[in-house]
Ligand binder design. Structure first.
Ligand code: SF4
Length: 224
C-alpha cells in the first residue's frame, strides 16, 4: 500500500503535520480493488494433468496463501475464481458452466494450460471442447502444457492487475441485466450449445428441405 500514502505529500490536499502519521488518504476504487485482489478465493476442482501443477501451487513450496488465496472453497457459492485446469471434455462442460453460474459476482475465470485455453493436444478430438472461453468469459490465460507453478502464480498476479484496473462505478456486476446465467450446454449424441439453438434448427430445416428436393428430383428422373 506504499503508493497510497504518497497522497500525504500532495500539495492539493494539505494535511497538518501532527496528523500525517495517523491519516491515510486513498480512493474508494483503490481500497475496494486492493481488498478484493488480495482475497481471491479459488474454487476447488481440477480436470486433468494441469491440476497437479495447480495443487503444487497450493502446497508449501509455492504457497498461494501468500496472495490471500489459502481459502480454496469446495462450494462455488463461496468462491470468486474458477481455475479451469485441464482438458475440458464435452461430458464435463455442462458441469463447469453450472458451477460458473452458481458463483456469485464478482467472479473471474482463469484458463490454465493449452487444453483449457484452446483444446491443446486434443483440439481436434471428438470429445474435447476447443477452449473454455467459447462458453464462459475468461479473464486470464496461462499458456503451457502444463504451465509451471510459477506460470500459474504469474497468472494470479495478472488477475490482480486486472482487478486493480476496475472501477466501482463501472464494474458490470452493479449494472442492471448483468450477471445473467450462461445457458448450460446439453450433452446428447454431441454437445449442443443452447445459444446456437436457432442456428442449429435453421440448418436442420435447410438440410431437410435439400434432402426432400433431391428425393423429388430423383423420383422425377426415374418416372420421366
Ligand atoms: S495442457 Fe497439457 S498438462 Fe494441461 S491438461 Fe492439457 S495435456 Fe494435460
Amino acid at each position: 500500500m506504499t503508493d497510497q500514502f504518497d497522497s500525504l505529500n500532495n500539495p492539493d490536499y494539505p494535511i497538518p503535520d501532527e496528523l500525517k502519521s495517523n491519516v491515510a488518504i486513498t480512493t474508494l476504487d483503490r481500497l475496494y480493488n486492493w481488498s478484493r485482489a488480495r482475497s481471491v478465493w479459488p474454487l476447488m476442482f481440477g480436470l486433468a494433468c494441469c491440476a497437479i501443477e495447480m495443487i503444487a501451487v497450493a502446497a508449501a513450496r509455492y504457497d498461494q496463501a501468500r496472495f490471500g488465496m489459502e481459502v480454496v472453497r469446495p462450494s462455488p457459492r463461496q468462491a470468486d475464481l474458477m481455475i479451469v485446469s485441464g482438458t475440458v471434455t464435452k461430458k464435463m462442460l455442462p458441469q463447469i458452466v453450472r458451477l460458473y453460474n452458481q458463483m456469485p459476482e464478482p467472479r473471474y475465470v482463469l484458463a490454465m494450460g493449452a487444453c483449457a485455453s484452446g483444446g491443446g493436444p486434443f483440439k481436434e478430438g471428438y470429445n474435447v471442447v476447443d477452449g473454455i472461453d467459447k462458453f464462459v468469459p475468461v479473464d486470464v490465460y496461462v499458456p503451457g502444457c502444463p504451465p509451471t507453478p510459477q506460470a500459474l502464480l504469474h497468472g494470479f498476479l495478472a488477475l490482480h492487475a486486472k482487478i486493480e484496473r476496475q472501477s466501482v462505478r463501472t464494474v458490470p456486476w452493479y449494472r442492471e441485466g448483468k450477471g445473467e446465467a450462461v445457458p448450460i450446454p446439453i450433452l446428447g449424441p454431441d454437445l449442443i450449445d443452447p445459444r446456437q439453438a436457432a442456428l442449429i434448427r435453421a440448418q436442420a430445416a435447410a438440410g431437410a428441405e435439400a434432402v426432400a428436393e433431391n428425393a423429388a428430383s430423383q423420383e422425377e428422373q426415374t418416372n420421366g
